[in-house]
Design a protein around this ligand. Structure first.
Ligand SMILES: Cc1cc2nc3c(=O)[nH]c(=O)nc-3n(C[C@H](O)[C@H](O)[C@H](O)COP(=O)(O)O)c2cc1C
Length: 199
């Protein structure tokens, strides 16, 4: 199986990157081909908005790291996307990369059709805030993935990503319990991803 992992955080051992590695380690087998990209370290030009990719699967942007990232994504059996929530959305490097996946869609507006339907994926999001906040980021990402033709097997959210700086003891205990529960729920989702991938 070909697996591509996209890390949207500059923090290589942060919450979202660690969770992405946890998923990777759960699904990977020795014979798998793995590609990993720390997006903050990649040279990714912003989409030029030329719409050349509407007619053919081409990109007018040449010579940056997105050429390889794009090829790896569309030839993958499974793609692990990860990003923290920054300023109410995915990070800048993640969004730069995602805009450049526009060639995955073809055909005339408004009936864009995925050119690579059915690539299985998993989305990981981390955030400082509690779970009831920023659920819209997960919803939007799922919609984006579906729109590009991905078969997103699960979206894992990791909340309270920063140091639990809750002063009050009772609040802090509640926050920790919520976070632990979410890690357990995510572990069940990872088991389900493995099952769906036949791993
Ligand atoms: C510039 C910046 C913006 C952030 N914006 C948000 C936000 O809008 N909502 C939120 O819940 N957390 C926000 N955070 C907190 C991060 O999402 C949180 O610390 C996350 O767990 C970091 O993930 P990582 O460990 O994978 O880097 C922000 C952090 C930074 C540095």
């Amino acid at each position: 199986m070909r697996i591509t992992v996209l890390y949207g955080s500059a923090r290589k051992n942060g919450v979202s990157s660690s969770a992405a590695k946890k998923v990777l380690n759960a699904v990977r087998r020795e014979e798998d081909e793995i590609r990993e990209y720390y997006l903050a370290e990649q040279h990714i030009l912003p989409c030029a908005g030329c719409l050349a990719c509407r007619k053919q699967e081409v990109c007018s942007r040449k010579g940056d790291d997105m050429e390889n990232i794009y090829k790896d994504i569309v030839s993958s059996d499974f793609v692990i996307f990860s990003s923290p929530v920054y300023c109410l959305d995915v990070t800048g490097p993640f969004k730069l990369m995602y805009d450049r996946l526009y060639p995955m869609l073809g055909g005339p507006q408004p009936k864009y059709v995925p050119r690579h339907p059915g690539i299985r994926s998993c989305m990981i999001l981390s955030q400082g805030a509690p779970p009831f906040a920023f659920a819209d980021v997960a919803e939007r990402m799922e919609f984006r993935l579906k729109n590009n033709g991905f078969d997103n097997l699960a979206t894992l959210r990791y909340v309270f990503g920063i140091d639990l700086s809750v002063e009050e003891e009772e609040m802090r205990a509640k926050a920790e319990a919520l976070r632990e529960k979410q890690v357990q729920d995510n572990d069940l989702l990872i088991a389900e991803i493995c099952r769906r991938l036949g791993r």
